[in-house]
Design a protein around this ligand. Structure first.
Ligand SMILES: Nc1nc2c(ncn2[C@@H]2O[C@H](COP(=O)(O)OP(=O)(O)OP(=O)(O)O)[C@@H](O)[C@H]2O)c(=O)[nH]1
Length: 205
């Protein structure tokens, strides 16, 4: 199993710092995501902007799996998470990959394995929560996903879910999520307040 961590956003809701490397109880967010994935995955691709690379490489320096950096293509830089997904998926030679945002520190490795099972013989496995897809917490077959992403971007569609309608995707509904994912697996930390709240929860455990 292989994973792509998308980290090229500007973290505008977070404030001045890059949330990818913001510390949650002493560990940078992207390192927490990577550590959660270290069981199931054999390799990691990190998609980010060129300016982020050195700092992210520093926090992942001793990661126990190979890490490849996929920088946003110059003609797609700042074009949003779908372009980041494309850059990341292009850099993997895996047939399928789990794509995840950099700000979900409690991503559940058992659920990631379940998503790979659900994606077998399909072009994707995508969780749906409250009726909305979670394209940055999903497994994709790389080749069809790249085709769909390129077509969406060429058509001016930049949202992370813009490639989904072109894919034969297995929809992972709430009941299956409840059974297979730990509570908090999807919690994403977009603001400093959300990070502080997560830190409080960790301390109270
Ligand atoms: N490569 C790349 N990744 C992006 C881009 N925009 C968002 N992302 C990533 O997509 C994921 C989800 O995006 P958001 O949670 O909205 O992150 P963000 O855009 O940095 O945050 P805000 O500016 O507060 O919306 C995060 O892991 C981001 O790093 C982009 O333009 N390029």
């Amino acid at each position: 199993m292989h994973a792509v961590v998308v980290a090229g956003g500007r973290s505008t809701r977070f404030g001045e710092r890059d949330k990818a490397v913001a510390s949650l109880a002493g560990t940078p967010l992207i390192r927490r995501v990577a550590d959660r994935l270290a069981g199931p995955v054999e390799s990691l691709v990190v998609n980010c902007r060129p300016a982020q690379r050195a700092v992210i490489a520093d926090v992942l320096a001793d990661y126990p799996r190979p890490v490849t950096y996929a920088l946003d293509a110059p003609d797609r830089a700042g074009e949003g998470p779908l372009a980041g997904m494309g850059a990341g998926l292009r850099a993997t030679d895996a047939e399928r990959a789990f794509v995840v945002a950099c700000d979900v520190p409690f991503v559940d490795p058992a659920f990631v394995r379940y998503l790979f099972d659900r994606a077998a013989a399909r072009e994707a496995a995508v969780p749906y929560r409250e009726g909305y897809p979670e394209p940055l917490h999903a497994v994709y077959e790389v080749e069809p996903a790249l085709d769909a992403i390129e077509r969406a971007l060429d058509g001016g569609r930049r949202r992370a879910d813009a490639a989904l309608d072109a894919l034969d995707a297995s929809a992972v509904r709430e009941a299956a999520i409840g059974t297979h994912a730990a509570p908090g697996a999807f919690t994403n930390l977009n603001t400093r307040a959300a990070l502080d709240a997560a830190e409080d929860r960790l301390r109270r455990r």
